[in-house]
Write a new protein. Sequence first.
Length: 424
Amino acid sequence: MEVDTGNPAYRKNAGFSQEGYSASYYAGEFLDYDIIEEVMKDPGISGYGASCEAAANLKSAEGEYCNLVENEQNYAYTNSFPHLAPVHGWSSLEQCSYFANHLLEVTQGVPFTDEGAGQAVISRELAELNHIEISDMLTLEVNREVIGFDIPAREWVFEVVGLFEICGQQQLNQFTLPRQMLQNWVFVDSRTLLPLISELGEALGAPTGYDKVRFSVDDPAEMDAVIRRLRENREINWDCFKITMENTEYENAEKALKSMDGGIKTMILAITAAGIGVLALLCGIWAKFRIQETGILLSLGKSRWGILAQRITEAILISVLAFGISCALGSTAADGIGNRLLAQANEQNRQQTDSPQEPRIPVNSSDLEPVFSAPEVEELTVDISAGILTAVCGLELVMVLLSVCAASIPVMRMEPKAILTKYE
C-alpha cells in the first residue's frame, strides 16, 4: 500500500527556490500508524513492513564528507552533488525487496530489525572507500543544496551495523549517476528516519509520512478478497493511496504444484486400478482353495450371506494390519516422491523461463518486486491429515469388499452337493 502522489487534486505549489525553479509537493494524506492500525484490523492481514525515502550528504565520524563509488562507464556529466546519496528507511531489512529477493546480502555485521533504532547498513565498497567499519558512526546531512530551499542544515547520526554485497548485475551506462548506484545507497531503520523526514516537512510546510507500507497476508489465495475488503473500508481515504499486489512466490509455488498435480492424479488412479486387480486375483486364488470349505459350510446349513460376511471380515482384519504398516511408511515415501516430482516441475519451469540467470537491476527503481521472481520452492513436507487417512481407509474397504465379493460370488451360487461332488 503506497501514497498516490500522482493525483493532481493533492499537488500544491511550493513556490520558487533561490535558483528560480518552481516546485510542487504532495499535500494529501500519508501513511501513518493510524492507517496501519486500520489495515491491521482485517483478519487476513498478518504483519507489515514500512518504508520511507530521503537524500542526504554522507559524512564520516570525523566530520569529513564521504566519497561516493564512481561509475567507471560515466563520462557524460559533471557531478554537482559529489556526496549526495539516497537514504532508504525500512522497518526491517527482511521486508525490503532487495534483501528479501537476495539481490543484496548482508555479509558483515547484522541487518537491522523492526526493533532497531539509529542503525544503518551500507555497501562494502562504500565502506572500504571511506575507511568505515562496523560500529562506526555515519552522519546524514541535509542542507540548502540538498533540497533546494533555504533551511538550516540538519545532521542525523546513525551507527553502521552491517555491510552488504550486491548479488546481481546493475544496468549501468555512461549516463548513470553515482547516487543511482546501489553501492552508494544507505539503508536505515524507518523508526528513526521518519521523524527526521517529518521534521523537514514541517519546516517546508508540507506533510510527510510513510511512502509505502508492505502488508503480509495469512493466505495468498485470499489476497484478492483482502484487498476488496480494504477498499470497502471508508475509514481510509483511497483518493490518496493505491494498492499493488505482490504474490510472485505464491504463484511460483502454485505453478509448480499444479504442474505435478496431473501426474499425481494419474499415479493414484493407476495404483488404485492395479491394487484392485491384484487384490481380486489374490482373493480368487484364496477362494479357490476354500471351495470345499464353502461346500461343507453350506451343507451344514450356514447361509451364503453368513459365509460371505465371514470372508469379508477376515479380509478387513488383514487389511487393517496392512493399512497400519502403510501409514507408518507413507509419510516418508510421500516426502520422497513429492520432492522428486517437484524437482521435475521446477526444471520444466526453468526451461520455459526466458529470463536471465543473473538478475539485472534497473537504476531508476527504489523497490524491485516486479523485477525479480521469488525463490522457487525446493522442498515439500507432506502431512497426512485425518481426513486423508479416512478417505484412504474408506477406499481400501471398498476395494476389499469388491474384490472378496467378485471372487466369492461364483462359488456361492453353486449348490453344496455340486461343490462337494465337483471339488472332492
